[in-house]
Design a protein around this ligand. Sequence first.
Ligand code: NAP
Length: 241
Amino acid sequence: MKQFQDAVLITGAGQRIGYYLAKSFLQQTDYPIVFTYRTHHPQVDELVALGAIGFQVDFTLPDALSKLVNQVKEQVLSLRAVIHNASLWLSDEKIQTEGGGRNFNALFQLHVEVPFYLNRELTPLLKASVSPLKDIISLSDASVVNGVSADYVGYGSSKAALQALMKGFSKKLAPDIKVNDIAPALIMFNEGDDEEYKQRRLAQSALGIEPGPEVVWQAVQYLMNSPYTTGTVLSLDGGGK
Ligand SMILES: NC(=O)c1ccc[n+]([C@@H]2O[C@H](COP(=O)([O-])OP(=O)(O)OC[C@H]3O[C@@H](n4cnc5c(N)ncnc54)[C@H](OP(=O)(O)O)[C@@H]3O)[C@@H](O)[C@H]2O)c1
């Protein structure tokens, strides 16, 4: 049953930044929210209680993408925006030692194949939006611009490919749909990060703070409200040092 007009689709919104974005849309805008999650965190129920529709998806499973697109098309008449947030943050060591050799592919599935497929398959729903502005936004990583870490070469390469993909789609989909990337450095620490690690990460930016997900929300709002910004990578890195 089709329900939503001008919805915003966010991938990987079951926790942290994606959850914060979904909740901010629900509480501060009229856009309906559809989102994907892999793990059923308590935040999933919170978003559903606020009116969102959630689809449980593991993007590394066969047919996950085509199934998701069919589910979205059943619930959504048009899309105001698509936000590619789902991500895997893996060191090169973990690519080698965990995941039975499938981790390298998973990085490129999540950061390249999923956005490519969704951009292509969801273009008609975006074009059907009554809004004069329509957006696709991805979240990559500031390290692509500032220098990929020696310990995260696989991850950094997949996020570099994501930036290239978004620039390409900005040309392919112009002038109907704006396509931009946000490249964050430290936004929020993970549970269990130790003090030494935290101090090292904080020292990497000029501003030296852990800003929290509000700054990503502000960047998303800027991109969605700007009629003249497409094909850009918006650095969200507290200033280089
Ligand atoms: N947090 C930061 O400081 C920071 C810095 C630089 C860039 N970024 C980027 O900003 C975005 C959001 O960051 P975050 O820290 O909030 O991300 P995150 O928590 O690491 O990941 C976002 C979501 O992606 C989902 N995901 C992982 N593998 C998946 C799979 N195979 N299929 C479907 N979903 C999957 C996760 O689901 P589960 O809940 O099941 O794990 C998770 O909820 C990401 O693109 C990240 O790369 C964040």
